[in-house]
Ligand binder design. Structure first.
Ligand SMILES: [Zn+2]
Length: 283
C-alpha cells in the first residue's frame, strides 16, 4: 500500500455512477481506504464495501449531525456488527465513528432548542466513547465549532481511566484504551496539542492545499502523529476544487504535507501509511 485515505465515504450515492472505476484506479495507485459510517445503515454499507475489497476498511458509528434522527447510540446493534465481523478471518472494522460534536449544523432557532440539540449530541458522543473503550477501538472524531467541548469530554474519560474507574468484571481498563483521531482537523495549535497529549492523532484534508492558514498547524504536528484524508465526496484538493472529491486525490494532500514538512514525497507517504497501520491496526 502506497497511500491511505483514512476518511472517506465511498458508499455515498455521489459515487453510484462510477464507484467501480474509482476502486479500479485505487488498485492501480495502490491506495488503501477507510470508509466511515455515519449511522447504523451506512455503517453496514461500509463494512460490506470493505468485505468486497482488499485494502479497504470500515468504521462504525453515529455522526453528530444525524443525532436528530438517531437520537441514541444503540450499542447492542453496533456490537452485533463487531461480533459478526470478528467471525471473519479478515475482520474489517477498525474504529468507532465518526462521532463527536457539530455546533455548526445545529438546526434549532431558539437558544433552548440549540442547547437541547447539543445535549443530545454530547450523550451520543459519550456513548460511543464508552463503546470504543469497551471494544478497544480507536475513535474517529468529527468536530466542528466545538473543540473545547470535545476536548473537555475526552479529558473526563481520560481522568476516569487514570483513576481506574472504568472496568468490566475484574478488568480495569488501561488509559491507552482511549485513543483515536480527530478528523478534518481545523482547530488551533493549542487544540492540536490537547489531542496529541491525549493519545490522539489529527488528520488533514484537501483544504490544506488551498488554505494557507493550515501551514503553521501542519508544521506543528509531528509527521508521526498525523494522517492524510479526503473526506470525499467533500472538499476536493487543488487542482480539483469545486468538483466531487474522490479517495485517489489523497495524493495531493500527501504532497502538500511533504511540502510543508520539508520531507520527500516518498518519506511522507511511507510515514503516513505507517501511522494509519499503527492507529487502526490494519491487517
Ligand atoms: Zn466524514
Amino acid at each position: 500500500m502506497r497511500y491511505i485515505d483514512i476518511h472517506c465515504h465511498l458508499n455515498f450515492k455521489d459515487f453510484d455512477e462510477d464507484r467501480e472505476e474509482i476502486i479500479e484506479r485505487a488498485k492501480e495507485n495502490d491506495l488503501g481506504m477507510i470508509n466511515i459510517g455515519t449511522g447504523l445503515e451506512t455503517s453496514k454499507e461500509v463494512i460490506e464495501l470493505a468485505y468486497q475489497n482488499k485494502n479497504m476498511w470500515a468504521t462504525i458509528g453515529v455522526h453528530p449531525i444525524y443525532t436528530n434522527e438517531e437520537s441514541e447510540f444503540r450499542a447492542e446493534e453496533f456490537k452485533k456488527l463487531i461480533d459478526d465481523d470478528k467471525k471473519d478471518e479478515n475482520s474489517k472494522i477498525v474504529g468507532v465513528g465518526e462521532c463527536g460534536l457539530d455546533y455548526f449544523h445545529l438546526k434549532g432557532e431558539t437558544e433552548e432548542e440549540r442547547e437541547s440539540e447539543k445535549n443530545i449530541q454530547k450523550k451520543v458522543f459519550r456513548d460511543q466513547i464508552e463503546f470504543a473503550i469497551e471494544n478497544s477501538l480507536p475513535i474517529m472524531i468529527h468536530c466542528r465549532d466545538a473543540y473545547d467541548d470535545v476536548i473537555k469530554i475526552l479529558k473526563e474519560y481520560r481522568e476516569k481511566l487514570n483513576m481506574g474507574e472504568m472496568k468490566r468484571g475484574g478488568e480495569i481498563y488501561a488509559p491507552e484504551r482511549l485513543h483515536g483521531n480527530c478528523h478534518f482537523f481545523a482547530g488551533t495549535i493549542e487544540h492540536a496539542k490537547e489531542f496529541l497529549d491525549m493519545n490522539f492523532t489529527v488528520s488533514f484534508t484537501g483544504v490544506i492545499t488551498f488554505a494557507e492558514q493550515y501551514k503553521e498547524l501542519v508544521k506543528y504536528v509531528p509527521l508521526e502523529l498525523m494522517h492524510a484524508e479526503t473526506d470525499s465526496p467533500y472538499v476536493a484538493p487543488v487542482p480539483f476544487r469545486g468538483r466531487r472529491n474522490e479517495p485517489n486525490y489523497v495524493e495531493k494532500v500527501v504532497n502538500r504535507i511533504a511540502d510543508i514538512k520539508e520531507v520527500s514525497f516518498n518519506e511522507a507517504e511511507k510515514q503516513l501509511v505507517e501511522n494509519a497501520r499503527r492507529l487502526f491496526k490494519l491487517n
